[in-house]
Design a protein around this ligand. Sequence first.
Ligand code: ATP
Length: 298
Amino acid sequence: TQRSSDMLVDYKPIKWQEIGGLEEVKIRLKQTVEWPLKHQEAFSRLGLPHPRGILLYGPPGCGKTTLVRAIATSCHVTFLAINGGQLYSPYVGDSERMLMQAFQQARAGAPSVLFIDEIDSVIGSRSHDGSRKSVQERVLSTLLNEMDGIGIKTDDIVRSGDKVHEGQQHTELQQALASTVDNSSVLVVAATNRSDMLDDAILRPGRIDHIIYVPPPDKEARASILRVHTSKIHLDDATLDQLAERTHGCTGADLENLCREAALYALSEDGIGTNRVTCHHFCHILETFKRSLSDDQI
Ligand code: ATP
């Protein structure tokens, strides 16, 4: 069996500017995730709720994981990531234990973001058989319990302390409790490629506060993703525009691969000493380049 610490991975930090396109998604994430994490004191002071759970959905390779890395980087919070597929175990109690351990680590390092990628592979219900269903139900109830545990509102605790402590003592208690709760905040961000997760088990209990669609890149977004991944070779705007036009159906991950392959082709064609990757190299690779997205995904 696996221990959860084997599944917790460190992601490379990344800045918002290194993510091309997705402008609206970035703004929404900054407002709903970054502000409450960065300005915890202000949010508590004004009684604004902290989000407990966010679900990102959209086709693979279009930036869900990358966005979560950017959140963790910009907020300077602990970032823990587990994969739904790795979480699945046929041994009774194993999946739940791994999930609980992940939450424990997230709490110990709070404030933190706990990212659960491909959550459908452990919780999605539609396509699974009976034996798997019971694991799903147990994992889901563990997830919801853990999210409840981290979702206690400062106000609730302070209210229960009211009767015992009064005046100055009360204020001190209030402050102490507020800081304890704020410091233990863990935000769960789940990701899935399956849009049928939206009306599924995880959404119904209401622990997910925001559902955010991460769309495939349009032409303009493709140009900015290409700009990010060609920052060392400085392609001019006209070339970027032309390549964006010709890469319909590409995900962000495809575009990153395209840039890598074009650079390798330049090295092989023009010699290892070259420092120029041009439209010619990109066009050669594009002739046989496979796009991940089908028309119904775009
Ligand atoms: P999956 O559903 O398969 O986990 P995902 O939506 O989480 O996919 P990412 O893992 O974020 O996709 O993206 C894969 C790679 O593609 C990343 O390494 C990243 O460099 C690149 N990429 C994807 N989208 C963008 C983007 N908008 N800007 C820059 N790079 C991107």
